[in-house]
Design a protein around this ligand. Structure first.
Ligand SMILES: [Zn+2]
Ligand SMILES: [Zn+2]
Length: 423
């Protein structure tokens, strides 16, 4: 007998975690936070459903009945891995894609992520045996590097966790491939349903009182090029560092348009790690010893003077941590590319808007969603045609469930913390 227990994320975006157990074996899919902890203890956070109800992993000195267990992380967004830092069991292996693991190591080196032990790489289409359970990872597409969909097989039943997924992105072929491999075979398909959450289908940044056009990832290089060509003032871009592929494309695009990117050191390090052949302009003093090849160093004080004199010389990446640097200039164009603060729900977003307005900056979007549109979520679930489809990672999963009633797969809206048996 296998049991499924939903630990978070059934009616909300973020923190979706499921435990799948069979005898003395269990696997846990994702390990994110459902909400930021605000000073409460881990025990309190478990009670408030910010952390999953897994005291044997999260509280000290606990025993466990599982002889074989592992955590699998679909991708490196905080709502899928932000609870790893609270693990008290340091023996449990944590699997993720090889490039996801590479990014995690870099983020730990940068001090962005606290140290976590026992991280293990999972190759595309590799199967890991965890006692009586088998888990296979498939590379997928989302707005973070190397996301995975995860297949769990107990020998009699198959369950698939979609992770977060985008349709029509640069890696559409990967989504086609894993969905082809599992279609008509699953007992349960767990699909993210982020876009079934809002009044408008695609949440987009709103600036002032007008809505920005909805862009897809492939539109962004052209949009950046257009802004480079038409902006005489200082041009700033704020992307999210974990979307490393976008950083690499912006670096190429800006160079090709004759206005190369200037990167803060952490961003430069990520590009160097994943695209070592690229020329990188890094905002920092020349390091004393061995400087990496292909990197040009620019001290900020000099850059400030250079950009005041000739704003068209560079395109400036700027993170929230360094936003006050922009006070040096008399306005400019700020392209928001899904960096932090990401949107209205983050109180820093209003601070950013106020800061830019006070300093005569215009803000525009140069970002794209990492989530499939509603019709694409529905089409994917219809194609996969599992016996049951769980809609989660959504504020309104019942909307997808209603759409699924018109298809052959049976919608399922499970409750938190119950044990659902598969005999
Ligand atoms: Zn997510
Ligand atoms: Zn995500």
């Amino acid at each position: 007998m296998t049991t499924l227990r939903f630990l978070n994320g059934t009616k909300t975006i973020g923190g979706n975690i499921i435990e799948i157990a069979n005898g003395d074996s269990r696997v846990i899919m994702d390990f994110g936070v459902a909400a930021d902890l605000a000073g409460e203890t881990v025990a309190q956070a478990i009670e408030q459903h910010k952390l999953p109800n897994l005291p044997d992993l999260l509280l000290p000195n606990q025993s466990t009945k599982f002889k074989h267990q592992a955590i699998f992380v679909s991708h490196l967004h905080l709502d899928h891995m932000g609870a790893l830092r609270y693990l008290q069991n340091h023996d449990i292996p944590i699997y993720m894609s090889a490039d996801g693991l590479k990014l995690y190591q870099l983020l730990m080196d940068q001090g962005v992520e606290p140290r976590v032990t026992n991280l293990q790489p999972l190759a595309d289409q590799e199967t890991i045996q965890v006692g009586s359970l088998k888990v296979t990872g498939f590379l997928s597409d989302h707005d973070v590097i190397a996301p995975m969909a995860l297949l769990i097989d107990d020998g009699q039943h198959k369950f698939l966790h979609s992770g977060d997924v985008r349709i029509g992105g640069y890696h559409q072929d990967r989504v086609e491939r894993w969905s082809d491999l599992v279609k008509n075979q699953l007992d349960v398909y767990l699909t993210e349903a982020t876009t079934y959450s809002f009044v408008s289908e695609q949440p987009q940044m709103v600036t002032g009182d007008h809505h920005e056009p909805i862009l897809i990832e492939q539109d962004l290089p052209k949009r950046l090029t257009d802004k480079i060509k038409t902006t005489d003032q200082v041009l700033v871009v704020n992307p999210y560092p974990r979307n490393v592929e976008r950083l690499i494309r912006f670096n190429e695009t800006a160079a090709a348009a004759g206005r190369p990117m200037l990167w803060e050191p952490d961003y430069a390090q990520l590009i160097r790690a994943f695209a070592p052949e690229q020329t990188i302009n890094e905002i920092s003093d020349q390091p004393a010893n061995t400087a990496p090849a292909n990197t040009n160093y620019h001290a900020w004080t000099q850059l400030e003077a250079q950009l005041l004199k000739n704003p068209r010389q560079f395109t400036l990446q700027n993170s929230w941590a360094n936003h006050e640097r922009l006070q040096a200039f008399d306005g400019g164009l700020y392209l928001h590319a899904n960096g932090e603060p990401l949107g209205d729900y983050d109180p820093r977003f209003a601070q950013l808007q106020d800061f830019l307005a006070a300093n005569h900056w215009t803000i525009e979007s140069c970002g794209a969603s990492g989530h499939a549109k509603r019709e694409d979520i529905l089409a994917l679930a219809t194609k996969i045609n599992a016996r049951r489809t769980v809609a989660w990672h959504s504020f309104k999963p019942e909307l997808l469930a209603a759409d699924l009633k018109k298809t052959k797969t049976e919608p399922w809206l499970p409750e938190l913390d119950l044990y659902y048996r598969f005999d």
